[in-house]
Every structure is written in C-alpha cells, then in structure tokens.
Design a protein around this ligand. Structure first.
Ligand code: PLP
Length: 327
C-alpha cells in the first residue's frame, strides 16, 4: 500500500479489549476496537480520515476547511477540532438546528463558523459557502459529507492493517455504516492485505441496495489511490439494513436497550445514532444465530459518544435509565 501523507491527530493504535460478560451472554467471543478513543476532541472514526484529508488541505495551501452534516454530526465536530489543531479556519454547513448541546456545543467551543441549512438546500449552501470563502480572499478546502472520498476512506485500509498487527484476526467485524467511507476502506484494506473475515456494516440509515454499490465504487477508487487497483462489486459488500427503518438519528427502544446493556455489563458507552444502532443490530444478529458458537466477532466502536449529551437524546435516555426529572 502507498503511504499517503498524514497530519497526525490520532492516538494509534487504538486498543482492542475483550468483552467477557457480553461474550458469555451471547455465546461468541466478542472484542471491541476502541476508535471512540482516537484522542481528538472525544474521538471517533473521523479522526483517522481527517489525518489524510488535513494533510491534503495543508499541502494545497488551504486556510479554511468546509464540510457539512447534521447539527449533531460527529464528523463536523471532529473536523472543527482537526482544523483548530492545524491552524485552519472551519466553516460547518449544518442541518436541523436544535439545542446548544452535544456535538453542536463542541463545534462552537472549537471555534467553527456555523452556517445553517436544510436537507434540501444543503449542497447548494455548501457550494455557496465555498465560493463566498474564496471571494473573501481565503483558500477553502472542501471535505465531503462524512469525510468519505477515496482519500478519507484510505484511512480505514490503514486501520485494518493496524488491526492485523494487534493479534489473531477476528472472523467477523461489525460496525455502523452510513456514508460508507469506513466500510470502503476496510474492504479495500482487506483485499490488499488478504484478510478473509466478514466485514459487516450495519446501516444506520440507507437501504442496502443504495449503500452496497456506493461502498463498492468507493472501495475500487480507494484501492487505486493506495496503489493496489482492484474492482469491487456490490456482491463483495456486506450491509445489514434491517435496523435502518426508523431513520437517521431516531432513538428507539432497540438503541436504548443496547446502550444500557453495553453500559451496564461492560462499562462501555455507545452513542445514540451510530454505535447504539449497530450494537442493537449485533445483539439481534447474535440472537438469530448469525454467528457460530464461539465465533470471534470484533465490534468496531466508531465513536459518537458526545451525542449522549445532546439534549434530545439525553432526556429520553435518562428517563429509560431511571432518572426521571421534570424538564
Ligand atoms: C460517521 C460515523 C459512522 C459512519 O461512518 P461512515 O464512514 O460515514 O460510514 C459511524 N459511527 C460514527 C460514530 C460516526 O460518526
């Protein structure tokens, strides 16, 4: 694999821990890879992508990075932190303004300039903010939604390589997938490095019909960027979309149950939008016999924990957890 330039942001390698109590309950050997502990402003999978994206922005002489996401976007929070560390300005085009809590509070603390938009106007508003930044005499650099272009995705090929240096490879890797960059990088890395286990993305929003071809194309582009060109087809991509139906960011009993179960049996915190839904999927798949007895399953924790402190999630979570204050 090519070694692409990196702007150092992450504490690597992230640890892998056994989850003995959940393993026993589920009849598998469950491990967790702690990409919630990447070290940058509460961490998450975007830290790895941003190491490559920020190196490119700096090489191009940019002084401002722009990106977009939901008001509670982990990607936007991580971009704001990475930009601050690199001495760049950051403009975030955000949807669905709610309370100044969770990731949105952190964006403000990290000094990001926030532009509000709607789902429909998002791309147009991002382009407008880009042009406006340039017309003000700045050098803007656009980071795509989720940091999921081939350069961002390449970080997860390196992450798979990191995993393979950490001991016996798992039989199955399970994680939350959305814009697809994490999965594209993992599958590209797997083919380059000869990892033969299953790589199962639990979709948090998109149907598998849309996500599988998208991830395949991104994986093809990513492997080319890494100097190991290879074509991926949608049949190469495993996406489980059975848990996506409630829609993006909608907290249901399934996520809440998974969050409480991981917290109360392993002292581990998941997030309401991504890892809570992926863990709910993992628990259900285990129940359905998707894994064989004793299978080594690695849950890749992709971060997102500041979402726990977003007001709209904190209140219902607290209530279910037994803390029912009148608010
Ligand atoms: C962005 C994100 C994901 C999804 O990663 P993609 O590369 O966009 O598929 C998963 N978990 C968390 C916590 C995220 O912030």
């Amino acid at each position: 694999m090519n070694r692409l330039p990196r702007f150092a942001l992450a504490h690597l390698p992230t640890p892998i821990e056994p989850l003995p109590r959940l393993s026993e309950a589920l009849g598998i050997r469950l491990l967790i890879k702690r990409d919630d502990q990447t070290g940058l402003a509460f961490g998450g999978n975007k830290t790895r992508k941003l190491e490559l994206l920020l190196a490119d922005a700096l090489a191009q002489g940019a002084d401002t990075v722009l990106t977009t996401g939901a008001a509670q976007s982990n990607h936007c929070r991580q971009t704001a932190a990475a930009a601050a560390k690199a001495g760049l300005a950051c403009r975030l085009v955000l949807m669905e303004p709610k309370r100044a809590s969770g990731n949105l509070l952190l964006d403000a603390l990290l000094g990001a300039d926030i532009v509000w938009t709607t789902r429909e106007r998002r791309d147009a508003d991002l382009q407008r903010a880009f042009k406006e930044t340039a017309s003000q005499g700045h050098k803007p650099y656009l980071i795509p939604y989720g940091g999921s272009n081939p350069l961002g995705a390449a970080a997860y090929a390196y992450a798979l390589e990191e995993l393979l240096t950490q001991g016996q490879p798992p039989e199955t890797i399970v994680f939350a997938t959305s814009s697809g960059g994490t999965q594209a990088g993992l599958v590209a890395g797997a083919r380059i490095l000869g990892f033969r286990g299953r790589i199962v993305g639990i979709s948090v929003d998109e149907p598998a019909d849309i996500l599988r071809p998208r991830v395949a194309e991104l994986a093809s582009q990513t492997s080319a960027l890494l100097g190991e060109p290879s074509i991926f087809h949608e049949n190469d991509i495993l996406v489980e979309d059975a848990y996506a139906a409630p829609g993006y960011g909608v907290l249901t009993a399934a996520e809440t149950d998974a969050i409480l179960r991981f917290a109360r049996t392993e002292g581990l915190l998941l997030d309401p939008v991504y890892t809570g839904r992926a863990a709910a999927g993992l628990l259900d798949l285990a129940q359905q016999g998707f894994f064989h007895e004793g299978e080594t399953v690695l849950f890749w924790h992709t971060g997102g924990t500041p979402g726990l402190f977003a007001h709209d999630y904190a209140v219902p979570l607290a209530q279910t957890a037994g803390l029912d204050l009148a608010e």
